[in-house]
Ligand binder design. Structure first.
Ligand code: TRP
Ligand code: ZN
Length: 472
């Protein structure tokens, strides 16, 4: 609901009804205003919504791969951050049957990805409120500005939900922006014989009447874009690591053979990452491996990254490193993507260095010189824009965000030395554990950790500067 729409004169019954709806009186006066669509993300302005902060999603879903039909109930617990007469949820496609807020029927309307809810009673700033949305339909695959596909993907034997950057709205209503993290309970009912795998820990698996329900619990805050759901036939492997961490790995049977050796490295990689990045921030780990054409790319879905076919070790190291950098410390906006991808790429380089491969300095030099890449176009593309300022939404996952982001970290390491560098990357993960952070907070943190050093040239040339820096 735009501001101007609320100011039209009362001329028709429809407009009168609209006004009555919007200008909800409370205590004799109007106190709430609509929360607003979007949270002013510089790259995805409609993503997320203003006026509230979600603390918990309770999703009860049912899916039938035969008909591709999803039936859902979302119970969203949130705290109002302002007085609200209305608020938006993000939801793309699907039919909404009804919405209640605090148990009372609410009016709602839809426009694009915005589901606008007008509660029966205004919400007060600071109030915790519960919204229930019942919905169903055939979930959509979303094509991103960079042409990649996310949201709800049909697979050879089921479906796969991936959400970076804005795909969660294809399968549940919510505040679809990384700045609003919440805990989750996701219960999924599928035809008996299929598995449903999601984030966190499996708390219940029950079969009745030819259908099986899998209930998954995520206690730690999770951004919508790393929520996942995989439905299909999977070979499941469960165990606990030496340090007692539960591992749940689901592999498409066609990928089992090719994946076995690399997935067996999960405990070793986790141990190495804990040593380098600090304590693991979540209560379980694992992986989901689908077929290469089911998922076009790997994604760091929380506790259980998704891979398109058997990953190589570097990709496994990368997605597990994201659990610290991306999933636990989550960017405030999509502009801060390099804080995810630069760190996860640097983790791959470090892994090589620690396991008899190239040193990070050698990798850095190869990127700078162009030898790292398969062809001259890629070698040039890395300098297309600075890591902290992607040129547009279509480019938030381009090379500068990855390798050049990693180069920023290496420049910091060169300046401060190994001891302080590891203090910085571990301290950063600890300082913002389960939270959000942006680039300015990162540079301030680095400066605080090495007060006698001058980082201006690194920030100016490597982080924010256009083009290839003159010297390495
Ligand atoms: N984050 C993924 C990785 O591990 C890559 C990716 C997939 C991505 N989808 C995206 C990045 C959408 C940005 C936007 O590298
Ligand atoms: Zn990544």
């Amino acid at each position: 609901m735009s501001r101007s729409a609320r100011l039209v004169p009362v001329g028709t019954p429809a407009l009168a009804a609209l006004l009555a709806l919007t200008l909800t009186a409370c205590d004799g006066g109007v106190h709430g205003t609509p929360g607003g669509s979007g949270v002013h993300d510089p790259y995805f302005p409609k993503a997320g919504n203003g006026g509230y902060d979600v603390t918990h999603y309770g999703l009860t879903l049912s899916y039938d791969p035969g008909t591709h039909r999803l039936t859902g109930k979302a119970v969203i617990t949130a705290r109002a951050t302002e007085d609200l007469s209305a608020f938006d949820l993000d939801l793309k496609g699907l039919d909404v049957e009804d919405v209640t807020v605090e148990g009372s029927r609410a009016r709602f309307s839809r426009a694009g990805q915005e589901l606008t809810v007008r509660p029966h009673d205004d919400l007060d700033k600071g109030e915790t409120f519960s919204t229930t949305v019942r919905y169903s339909g055939t979930p959509e695959t979303i094509t991103d500005p960079d042409e990649s596909e996310e949201g709800w993907l049909r697979t050879a034997d089921g479906a796969l939900a991936l959400g970076e950057p804005t795909g969660s709205m294809a399968w549940f209503p919510g505040n679809d922006h990384p700045s609003d993290k919440a805990s989750y309970d996701i219960a999924v009912t599928v035809p008996k014989g299929l598995q449903a795998v999601s984030n966190g820990e499996l708390t219940r698996e029950t079969t009745t009447g030819g259908r099986t329900t899998f209930a998954w619990h995520t206690a730690e805050p999770m951004a919508t874009y790393v929520a996942t759901l995989a439905i299909g036939h999977y070979d499941i492997t469960r165990y606990t690591t030496k340090s007692g961490l539960p591992v749940y790995v689901a592999v498409d049977p066609k990928q089992t053979e090719a994946s076995r050796k690399v997935l067996a490295k999960i405990p070793e990689i986790m141990e190495w990452e804990e040593y380098n990045f600090g304590p693991y921030p979540f209560s379980s780990t694992g992986a989901i491996v689908d077929r290469p054409d089911d998922a076009g790319y790997a994604l760091e879905t929380q506790t259980r990254p998704v891979f398109p076919g058997a990953p190589d070790t570097g990709t496994l190291v990368h997605e597990l490193a994201h659990q610290w950098y991306g999933d636990s410390v989550t960017p405030k906006t999509w502009r801060d993507m390099w804080l995810n991808e630069g760190f996860a790429t640097y983790a791959e380089w470090l892994w090589d260095e620690d396991h008899g491969g190239d040193t990070v300095q050698q990798t850095f030099d190869a990127v700078y010189d162009g030898d790292y890449f398969d062809n001259a176009d890629q070698a040039k593309a890395i300098w297309a824009f600075p890591p902290a300022k992607p040129s547009s939404a279509a480019h938030i996952s381009d090379r500068p965000v990855y390798e050049r982001g990693a180069m920023v970290l290496h420049k910091i390491r060169q300046k401060v030395g190994d001891d302080t560098f590891y203090d910085i990357i571990q301290g950063w993960a600890a300082a913002h554990r389960h939270g959000n952070a942006d680039t300015a907070e990162f540079t301030a943190y680095v400066e605080k950790m090495a007060p006698d050093k001058d980082f201006d040239a690194i920030w100016d040339d490597w982080l924010y500067g256009d083009g290839k820096p003159d010297h390495r």
